[in-house]
Structure formats: structure tokens, C-alpha cells
Design a protein around this ligand. Structure first.
Ligand code: AHG
Ligand code: MN
Ligand code: MN
Length: 337
């Protein structure tokens, strides 16, 4: 059996469809290599020195775990020297990171959530890395880290690549370059990502929802109504029983939805209203929304398609409702009425 590695998949996309400039292919391969490095670090668990608190806070005021910091450093180190990037931005860094002058500069902007699901690190539950790639606008001001922020403020529709690695029982890389969604499994013995699923499609309907129920009393009326109806099951207006899952790693919850359908919600609530929501537009919402749409699903804030949002700042937060198309449509309709 001949196997398609990530490299071969990308080269063929470049050749056949002219979808992928060589520099973007290099970028994706470098991110994939960094994810392998992160997977190995995570895999050592308590045998290494990567568990526990870092003793610091990120720009969002969240306590950093050691693995948040280590994963961020791995991605920065891997990407700064290859000549494919203009700048990088991360959930864990206040300002964008410019490419040092000693290295060549490229035309792409890379954004990442280096370690998603931090609260699951120490309990050995699936976690991940999420990334998103934009083209750097021509003439963008990259003279300082502060000035560089403006270059990143592009809507999700402008993404040229997005994906995530999930570190679970197996390590997978799930990717879109705007031509459907493909999934690659890490062959640990060979050390390469191998194509294991192409053209992933999310079922339009579902009987499974994901939301942090502990926030129920803070939700807005449309989400209250929607979830109340799901909980009434067969006897309620939906006429069927729904099951619930909440991993609390967005990567794992979205991966389940790409695999068998479902709806994921981190809606606006009274607790996060001042910040605009919980999840981050540039590092979480946009890449996941694009993957979900590329797989036939939908992604909305409840009021607007996520990919159409014009970002106002790098660390912007937004409500996220995504997954099986028909379910997302119900939540959006409840927001409209
Ligand atoms: P991160 O670990 O990158 O900060 O992201 C955590 C996010 C997301 O992965 C998950 O869906 C959500 O936070 C979980 O939030 P709760 O702990 O409020 O359920
Ligand atoms: Mn995250
Ligand atoms: Mn994170």
C-alpha cells in the first residue's frame, strides 16, 4: 500500500491544482514539524519537565502552564528562520513577533494557540495546537511589533491555510487550504504525518451538543431556549433525545464534530460579555470556523458568520457556535427572533 505523507499531499495540491505556493507548503510543513515536537514533549508527561504551572500570566490574564510556554517557544523557534514568514502572533504573546533581521522574510502571517485545552494537560486528556495563516498585506508596516498588529486584522475569509494538531490517543493533523478538510495521522515510528482521511464532511443533523452547562445562568435568552429544548428530548419540541459532551479542549470538541457531527457552543454570557466572549477570534474561532465550513458545517456568533467578522484587535474574543449546519441554523434563528 502506498501511503500519502503530508509532504506528498501538499506537493500534489501544488502541482495539480496550483493551490499552494511553495512558501505556503514550507510553512505548513514547518508547523507540522513543530507539532510533532510538541507531541513528543507532551508524550513524556511526568517523565519530562513539562507538567504544571509556569508561574506566569499571559496577556489575557490567564495563568500559563509550562506547556503553554514550551509549545509557544517550539512554534516560534521552528518558524522564525525559514524565510516564509513576515510575522507571527500567539495567544500567549502580548504583541506580534517579528522575524529577526538576520533571517530572510516572507509574505505570510502565522497565528497560533500553541496549546489549546490547558486545563486538561495535567489530567492526561486530549489537547491540541490551532493555527491560522494569512497573507501579509503589501506595504504593511512591520517597523515595530506594535505597528505589525494592523497587518493581522483581516477577516477569517482571508485565511489561506488553517488547521490543528490534536494530541490524543493518536496525534493527528487536520488541515484546510481551502479545498476541503484532510486529516493526517502521525506515524510515530517513521515520524511522519500520513493522510488517513480526505474530504471530511460534517453530518447536517446531529443529536449531540457541547456547551459548558455550568454557565447556564449567565446565557442569553436564545441559548437558554435552545438548550432547554434539547434537554426536553423526545417529549419536547425537537422530538428527539440529545446527548451532551464537553471536553473543555476546543480542539477535541471540534474534532469530535468533524468526525461524527454535533454542535459546539461557547456563547456570549454575562460572565464574558465585557470581553466579547471567551474564545479568541484569531487563534481559535477563525481557523475552526473555516475548517468547519470547509467540511460542510456552519460557524456563527449567533448573530453573524464568524468568518465575516472584521477583527478590531489581535486578542479579540467572540462568541462561537459551530458544527452541524441545521443545528447552527436553529440557534441563529433563535438569536434573530
Ligand atoms: P486555552 O487552553 O487555549 O486557553 O483554551 C481553552 C478554551 C477552549 O479550548 C475550551 O473550549 C474552553 O476554553 C473551555 O472553557 P471552560 O473551562 O470555561 O469550559
Ligand atoms: Mn485555546
Ligand atoms: Mn491556549
Amino acid at each position: 500500500m502506498s501511503r500519502t505523507t503530508l509532504s506528498r499531499y501538499l506537493i500534489e495540491k501544488q502541482r495539480e491544482k496550483n493551490l499552494l505556493p511553495a512558501d505556503l507548503r514550507l510553512l505548513i510543513e514547518v508547523v507540522a514539524r513543530a507539532c510533532k515536537h510538541i507531541a513528543v514533549t507532551i508524550g513524556k508527561g511526568g517523565l519530562g519537565d513539562a507538567l504544571g504551572e509556569a508561574g506566569s500570566e499571559n496577556v489575557q490574564g490567564e495563568a500559563q502552564k509550562k506547556l503553554d510556554v514550551i509549545s509557544n517557544d517550539i512554534l516560534l523557534d521552528a518558524n522564525e528562520w525559514g524565510g516564509h514568514l513576515a510575522a507571527m502572533a500567539s495567544e500567549e504573546m502580548d504583541l506580534p513577533r517579528l522575524i529577526p533581521n538576520r533571517y530572510p522574510h516572507g509574505e505570510y502571517l502565522l497565528m497560533f494557540d500553541p496549546l489549546d485545552g490547558s486545563s486538561n494537560i495535567d489530567v492526561n486528556v486530549s489537547i491540541g495546537t490551532i493555527f491560522s495563516v494569512l497573507k501579509c498585506p503589501e506595504g504593511a508596516d512591520l517597523s515595530s511589533e506594535t505597528a505589525a498588529e494592523a497587518a493581522f486584522l483581516q477577516p477569517g475569509t482571508a485565511q489561506v491555510a488553517a488547521g490543528y494538531a490534536i494530541y490524543g490517543p493518536t496525534t493527528l493533523l487536520v488541515l484546510t487550504v481551502g479545498d476541503g478538510v484532510a486529516s493526517f495521522t502521525l506515524d510515530r515510528e517513521i515520524g511522519s504525518f500520513v493522510l488517513t482521511q480526505e474530504n471530511i464532511q460534517i453530518p447536517e443533523d446531529t443529536k449531540e451538543f457541547a456547551i459548558n452547562m455550568s454557565n447556564q445562568r449567565h446565557w442569553e435568552p436564545p441559548v437558554q431556549r435552545y438548550v432547554a429544548e434539547l434537554l426536553q428530548g423526545k417529549e419536547g419540541p425537537r422530538g428527539k433525545d440529545f446527548n451532551m459532551r464537553w471536553v473543555a479542549s476546543m480542539v477535541a470538541d471540534v474534532h469530535r464534530i468533524l468526525t461524527r457531527g454535533g454542535i459546539f457552543m461557547y456563547p456570549l454570557d454575562a460572565k464574558t460579555r465585557d470581553k466579547g466572549g471567551k474564545l479568541r477570534l484569531m487563534y481559535e474561532a477563525n481557523p475552526m470556523a473555516w475548517l468547519v465550513e470547509q467540511a460542510g458545517g456552519a460557524a456563527s456568533t449567533g448573530r453573524q458568520r464568524i468568518l465575516d467578522l472584521q477583527p478590531e484587535k489581535l486578542h479579540q474574543r467572540v462568541p462561537v457556535i459551530l458544527g452541524s449546519r441545521n443545528e447552527v441554523a436553529v440557534v441563529v434563528a433563535y438569536h434573530a427572533s
